[in-house]
Design a protein around this ligand. Structure first.
Ligand code: UDP
Length: 312
């Protein structure tokens, strides 16, 4: 079972599981996920889609593995759906864990680098407890995910559920929503339309971008490992947002210019995973650098921009 399987990462995870021979049932309420991400599986007999809000108790029958990926995840989405984000991180996580407990299924939950907040340790190791504003605008996501981790560890300790926690860093690639507000889709869309690229603040804040196929490979390896403490999966190559804007201009061949907008509140100044643990434990490291990943994503974004233009 994949909760949130109609989302960007959830849908790619479904593809990877099906490719390994599993049967997959997706449970998703389509708040931020899209059926379009799964349309290629319409005729797949090993695939089933259930439209269901996991904040309410639910049942899909016996499963061997629960991948809990349901949550709004982009700043724009979790700001628009703050209460739902807190609910899915709390109630939804209880329900997903209850299913794993009932069927003695293994459990892997998607957590986030946002658990580290605006980090005072750099790069971030899994042992860092973070620097999170518990009442700021981002807290609906950050604290939901920190609570998700706490419930997951509690089900392990109290109910012996076989759990895993992946802390996901910025990931990009095909199936990202054009309008989810994240930096890569924003810049790609703006560059392809010939609009100014909107850099927030002075653009010197950093992020480390992982291409989706690398990220999913990390999830699949962790799913088969025995580690129950959090593992960072992300690309350790760090770029300023201004570097990222210039790279998008280069890859798209766009003549767009860069403009500067106000920096959102509590926007982390820097972010880079320390992936020593994933390297040692899973033999995992990303293979695709940012420029190659942007080139691999280009056709998808071109098509998405063309479709949006046609609808307008
Ligand atoms: N950002 C930007 N322009 C945009 C969208 C985002 O400069 O059009 C910045 C944002 O302020 C942040 C970084 O890019 O510093 C990454 O933002 P994103 O929303 O992709 O994810 P975050 O890492 O903040 O969750």
């Amino acid at each position: 079972m994949v909760t949130g399987g109609a989302g960007f990462l959830g849908s790619h995870l479904c593809d990877a599981l099906l490719a390994e021979g599993w049967s997959v049932v997706v449970v998703d309420n389509l708040l931020t996920g899209r059926r379009a991400n799964l349309v290629h599986l319409n005729n797949e007999p090993r695939f089933e889609f259930v439209e269901q809000d996991i904040c309410k108790s639910f049942e899909v029958g016996k499963v061997d593995y629960v991948f809990h990926f349901a949550s709004p995840a982009s700043p724009e989405d979790y700001h628009a759906h703050g209460i739902e984000t807190l609910q899915v991180g709390s109630l939804g996580t209880f329900h997903a864990l209850d299913i794993a407990r009932k069927y003695a299924a293994k459990f892997l939950v998607s957590s986030t680098s946002e658990c580290y907040g605006d980090p005072l340790e750099h790069p971030q190791k899994e042992t860092y407890w973070g620097h999170v504003n518990p009442i700021g605008p981002r807290s609906v996501y950050d604290e939901a995910k920190r609570f998700t981790e706490a419930v997951t560890m509690a089900y392990r300790r109290y109910h012996k559920v076989d759990t895993r926690i992946v802390r996901i860093f910025n990931t990009y690639g095909p199936r990202m929503q054009l309008n989810d507000g994240r930096v890569v889709p924003n810049f790609m869309k703006q560059a392809l339309r010939g609009e100014d690229l909107t850099v927030y603040g002075d653009g010197r804040q950093t992020r480390s971008f992982c291409y989706v196929s690398d990220e999913i490979d990390g999830f699949m390896r962790l799913a088969k490992a025995d580690e129950h403490l959090p593992v960072n999966i992300g690309n350790p190559n760090e770029f300023t947002i201004l570097d990222c804007a210039r790279m998008v201009l280069n890859v798209t061949g766009s003549k767009s210019r860069i403009c500067y907008k106000e920096l959102p509140k509590d926007d982390p100044k820097q972010r880079r995973p320390d992936i020593t643990k994933a390297r040692q434990l899973l033999g995992w490291q990303p293979k695709i650098d940012l420029e190659s990943g942007l080139r691999l994503s280009l056709d998808y974004f071109k098509k998405a921009v063309a479709e949006e233009t046609a609808v307008r």
